[in-house]
Design a protein around this ligand. Structure first.
Ligand code: HEM
Length: 434
């Protein structure tokens, strides 16, 4: 397996003792790293996407203003497909930020009206959620119930099913109080196994480590490394398939055998180890995706900001993780279907929404609201606790992420392990994202 990381600390860079006498060799053209190639692609995608967003803006506003419902539905069907494609070109958070920039505030995306103000988001996300099958207003990520071991994405359930699932989780899965120390104690062997992997900084190895970490913490089971790697890889592959095809080309999933394979190669492997189905969903969907992503993003954020993670105090490490999750939330949004009329100001238009319409709250926007976070774009490890508490990325209210603290403790434990071996400035972890 290739590491996709640029430094192996056990191998010092080769030094040529006679460098000045070395014969001139024809220089091979410099290799473009996968990350550099991806970022070049993203720059072009951002530029083109802005044009697309500008062109679609008046069309979408018209759709929300017309009284002719079939016309509205037809327009939104077409524009939702374009928005779905924009996510793969730009990645979720950047797609949200591009829209906010073009609309100058709240915006229209997929079948959702996206609210960017912190105050309204903080208030609305605590309301009892009526959920639909979209995520971020489009058919992606959590929208395919068949992809869950429990056959239901907990995030898409409405009460009372969601409340019952949460009660089960509180009583059976998240029933311990963790601290940074107790997490690190419980994970001593798991992290040591991860450190002994020569490809420790490879994105799949990191994500497989996250799978092992959470099964250890939540169920005290040690999944063998090879099995965790296989399960994680299969899960990610099948999830990408579902995200790509469930909404617009479901026949493809039959062809690929996605639903059968995710059960055979991921869920039933863990179930055979005595893990209940809800814990399997929670570990692979919530933990592996979120914490795996945030660990990788933290490395990049430290590198981009010339920050030596290993030199930070425990308090600053905490602030660093909060800042990373503020700037790059791993759960991009939450949403609610309306059971009454509500209004939103979109690009100077007062848009009235009715029962069944969907309001979406993209955290990457509310977390950058200058009224709450001065210099919001900046990574700032000195933000006061009040600003830390204002970060909305774990949501709020009855369905606040039950693993908020745990996810932070684990991220710090994993970054500590990774930084003991690598200087983040030298790492270039390639991680496919959408
Ligand atoms: C950086 C890490 C994480 C972030 C930013 C995050 C964020 C969130 C958010 C925003 C929600 C609410 C979603 C909604 O209402 O639609 C949520 C719910 C949830 N999260 Fe997390 N999460 C993280 C890590 C984790 C981890 C590690 C686990 C499990 C070990 C987890 C388990 C859950 C569960 C089970 C729910 C559903 C709670 C309910 O419906 O009552 N999350 N998370």
């Amino acid at each position: 397996m290739s590491t996709n990381s640029s430094q192996d600390p056990s191998t010092p860079p080769a030094q040529c003792p006679h460098r000045s006498q070395a014969p001139l060799q024809p220089q091979a053209p410099p290799k473009l790293s996968p990350n550099a190639a991806m970022s070049a692609f993203r720059s072009v995608a951002h530029f083109v996407s802005k044009g697309v967003i500008r062109a679609l803006k008046p069309v979408k506003i018209f759709a929300y203003e017309t009284e002719v419902a079939p016309l509205k539905n037809a327009i939104l069907s077409a524009t939702t497909f374009v928005d779905f494609c924009l996510i793969f070109a730009n990645v979720q958070n950047d797609t949200m930020l591009l829209h906010e920039e073009v609309y100058g505030g709240s915006f229209l995306f997929g079948r959702g009206v996206m609210v960017v103000e912190h105050a309204r988001t903080a208030r609305d996300i605590t309301l009892p959620p009526l959920r639909g099958n979209n995520f971020m207003g489009v058919s992606i990520v959590a929208s395919d119930a068949n992809m869950f071991a429990t056959n239901a994405a907990i995030l898409n359930q409405s009460t009372p099913a969601r409340g019952a699932a949460r009660d089960f989780l509180d009583q059976n899965v998240f029933n311990k109080t963790w601290t940074q120390d107790s997490v690190e104690d419980a994970l001593a062997q798991t992290l040591s196994d991860w450190k002994s992997n020569p490809d420790m900084a490879n994105y799949l190895v990191i994500r497989a480590a996250v799978t092992r970490v959470f099964i250890k913490l939540l169920r005290d089971v040690d999944v063998p490394v090879d099995e965790a790697t296989f399960v994680t890889q299969q899960y990610m592959q099948r999830f990408v398939e579902s995200s790509l095809f469930a909404g617009y080309f479901p026949a493809m999933l039959d062809l690929l055998g996605t639903y059968k394979a995710i059960r055979e190669d991921a869920y039933f492997k863990l179930r055979a180890r005595g893990i209940d189905l809800l814990t399997i969903d929670v570990t692979l969907f919530a933990a592996m995706f979120s914490v795996g992503t945030i660990v990788i993003r933290c490395v990049k954020l430290a590198k981009d900001n010339n920050l030596r993670y290993q030199d930070l105090s425990p308090e600053k490490k905490l602030n660093f993780v909060y800042e990373a999750v503020r700037l790059q939330p791993t759960v991009t949004s939450v949403h609610r279907k309306l059971d009454d009329r509500e209004q939103v100001e979109v690009a100077g238009h007062r848009i009235t929404l009715g029962v069944g319409d969907e309001l979406v709250y993209p955290f990457v926007c509310s977390n950058r609201d200058e009224d709450v976070f001065p210099n919001a774009e900046k990574l700032d490890l000195n933000r006061p606790t009040s600003q830390r508490d204002a970060v909305l990325s774990w949501s709020r209210g009855a369905h606040v992420c039950p693993a908020k603290d745990l996810s932070i403790f684990v991220t710090i434990a994993m970054l500590d392990a990774l930084s003991a071996r690598y200087d983040f400035a030298t790492l270039d972890i390639f991680s496919p994202e959408f």
